[in-house]
Design a protein around this ligand. Structure first.
Ligand code: GDP
Ligand code: MG
Length: 139
């Protein structure tokens, strides 16, 4: 299991607000290498599958609806200590609590529409990357 990769999505709010370029710039400036990249859109069904771990949480239906509301950018990223460093780069789930200079503090407006996803473990990074990318789509 690789410990130097994470998976991210630029969520529908950040795409709609024109932040794709700025967010990718923040990510690469922070030292992450892009291994795979895709502009796509989740359906209610695929968003539900992706977030199945949150099925019992009260916001699950809202989350699935939001994540399938518009296009997203999915990516696999590589860097030493990728999971932890990327969570630090994006900031707290609630942008109101996210540290100054973090991606969520700069580009997100609410706890649900919070601009970016970042994997929380090596295992989930592997699962989430496999959800979007075949082996032939990774470089
Ligand atoms: P993350 O790992 O920081 O993205 O946060 P979680 O794994 O706890 O939650 C997954 C995603 O669900 C978050 O990024 C938000 O988009 C959404 N979410 C989390 N908490 C809430 C909430 O209280 N209400 C709503 N509507 N969405 C939430
Ligand atoms: Mg999470």
């Amino acid at each position: 299991m690789s410990t130097n990769r994470t998976f991210t999505m630029i969520k529908p709010d950040a795409v709609a607000n024109g932040h794709i370029g700025a967010i990718i710039n923040d990510i690469t400036t922070a030292g992450f290498k892009i291994i795979a990249l895709k502009y796509t859109k989740l359906t209610a069904e695929t968003a539900g599958q992706f977030y199945a771990v949150h099925k019992e949480r009260p916001f699950y239906a809202d989350l699935v609806s939001f994540m399938s509301s518009g296009p997203i950018v999915a990516a696999i990223l590589e860097k030493d200590n990728a999971i932890e460093d990327f969570r630090k780069l994006i900031g707290a789930t609630n942008p109101a609590e996210a540290a100054e200079g973090t991606i969520r503090q700069k580009y997100a407006k609410s706890i649900d529409a919070n601009a970016v996803h970042g994997s929380d473990s090596d295992e989930n990074a592997q699962i989430e990357g496999d959800f979007f990318f075949t082996a032939a789509e990774r470089f």
